[in-house]
Design a protein around this ligand. Structure first.
Ligand code: GLU
Length: 482
């Protein structure tokens, strides 16, 4: 069998969407599983909607996910160029071939003519199919640049004696279409640029693509594309169409549900390993039921025929859970490096490296995404601390707390502020108050509230040690009523 060659062919009209990332991932996994090649082609024929910034975002996002391509616009390859905008001279040759062989014809219809055809189909409650008016048009208007239309019925008759066209989809099984319902479609616009269906087939043929895995929204295009392959005398690749990715409310995934671009997820602090793992489960499930897997483990287990043909739901909650699991597994040095970009508003130079490490150790537990770190760290910085108003009135200002804090302020002057020593000192301190009828929990609440401004948070002994005696006593002093 010839080498397996698959591609992802994004149009750079936006940042890389998670749906495109899932398609890219499944192509990548398929290539890896079959010792094939994963190729990147940028479909930027719509120059008005494409931008270099989006192309860069596509490169960066795919790379961040570890979906490295063997051939592409930046790395080249034997069948380049890999950006359609650099291939504009290729398509007219094939269009001319079709004109010569009669598989296509020039169309001079004006937008008004086409509109009136559509309108009358609508009035007769019929699906619109182009009238083929120009197939036999004798009067070619001078000076008008024609579009080029593909002749569906002619191709069908040349290759099949029935209008029924079917193919065996790797994901969805047999799919059929009556080609009489496919109107002769435009392959070259009057401005000389190719349409998507034409450019994609010419490129996939020239790039020797063997398998095309993409979203099911392309199924109607696939029938047109098969006809073009036939007319070109080219081998038709195998197709696999993936179900759509829907939002939790079953509507189309969009910005109002949350992030949709890979780069947005990365900025918020989702780990790319977690994202890849989560995206792989949108339509595919591991044979051992074990969902947390590396991309290599997924590739070893991946079979395109196991991919579900139905839609998948993008469960943000599940992604959050998965991300928190991946964060828990990170070693401390990697986590520290990953968190730094989210801590730029704080002056980390006030910490020794050991203090920074300890702060991350005691604040990592509740992290769902990396940016959550800002929830728990503000009280590690600055001389004073912002006290939540409710904490002030219900904790700090109570008689019991004031009694505890006064004693703390006096006694802690003589404490050593290392974690070990603080453990012991706090233990003795709590016991003393317990004997006075104050619960250890209440004692610690008062201290935590005065030091952090909150009633919950990181290990308080570690917080005291990291802040050091001076800051701690300062904050306690500020909490004392007189
Ligand atoms: N540029 C097309 C898209 O982004 C490619 C579809 C295909 O894979 O053929 O939808």
């Amino acid at each position: 069998m010839s080498e397996v060659r698959v591609r992802i062919a994004p149009s750079p009209s936006g940042n890389l969407h998670v749906g495109t990332a899932r398609t890219a991932l499944f192509n990548y996994l398929f290539a890896k599983k079959n010792n094939g090649k994963f190729i990147l082609r940028i479909e930027d024929t719509d120059l008005g909607r494409s931008s270099d910034e989006y192309i860069q975002n596509i490169f960066d996002s795919l790379k961040a996910l570890g979906l490295n391509w063997a051939e592409g616009p930046d790395v080249g390859g034997p069948y380049g160029p890999y950006s359609q905008s650099e291939r504009f001279d290729i398509y007219p040759k094939y269009a001319q071939m079709f004109l010569d062989s009669g598989f296509a014809y020039e169309c001079f219809c004006t937008p008004e003519e086409l509109e009136s055809e559509k309108k009358s189909a609508e009035e007769n409650k019929q699906a619109y199919v182009y009238s083929k008016k120009c197939e036999t048009r004798a009067d070619k208007p001078a000076g008008v640049k024609p579009a080029i239309r593909f002749n569906v019925s002619k191709t069908q008759k040349a290759f099949r004696n029935t209008p029924e066209l079917s193919f065996n989809d790797m994901v969805k099984g047999e799919l059929k279409q009556n080609t009489d319902l496919i109107g002769d479609f435009i392959i070259m616009k009057s401005d000389g640029t190719p349409t998507y269906n034409f450019a994609v087939v010419v490129d996939d043929m020239l790039m020797k693509i063997t398998h095309i895995i993409r979203g099911e929204d392309h199924i109607s295009n696939t029938f047109k594309q098969i006809l073009i392959y036939e007319a070109l005398g080219a081998q038709v690749p195998q197709f696999g169409h993936l179900g759509m990715i829907l939002a939790p409310d079953r509507s189309k995934l969009s910005k109002r549900h949350g992030a949709t671009a890979v780069s947005e997820f990365v900025e918020k602090g989702y780990l790319t390993e977690a994202l890849v793992n989560f995206i792989a489960l949108l339509g595919w499930s591991p044979s051992d039921g074990q969902e947390i897997k590396t991309i290599d483990e997924i590739a070893a287990d991946f079979r395109i025929h196991d991919v579900s043909s139905s839609n998948s739901i993008f469960e943000y909650d599940k992604l959050n859970w998965m991300n928190s699991q991946y964060i828990k597994k990170l070693d401390i040095e990697t986590l520290k490096a990953a968190l730094k970009p989210y801590l730029t508003q704080y002056d980390l130079s006030t910490f020794t490296p050991a203090q920074f490490t300890r702060m991350v150790e005691v604040t990592r537990e509740p992290l769902t995404i990396l940016s959550d770190i800002t929830n728990d760290v503000p009280y590690f910085f600055g001389q004073g601390v912002e006290i939540e108003p409710e904490v002030q009135s219900t904790v700090i200002d109570t008689e019991v707390s004031q009694q505890v804090l006064k004693a703390f302020y006096e006694e802690a002057q003589n404490w050593k502020f290392t974690e070990d020593a603080l453990h012991e000192s706090l233990d003795t301190f709590r016991t003393k108050f317990k004997e006075l009828g104050i619960k250890p929990k209440e004692t610690m609440w008062a201290i935590r509230a005065a030091i952090t401004g909150r009633v919950k948070g990181a290990d308080i002994t570690a917080v005291l040690a990291i802040l050091g005696k001076e800051k701690v006593l300062n904050r306690v002093n500020k909490s004392l009523q007189n």
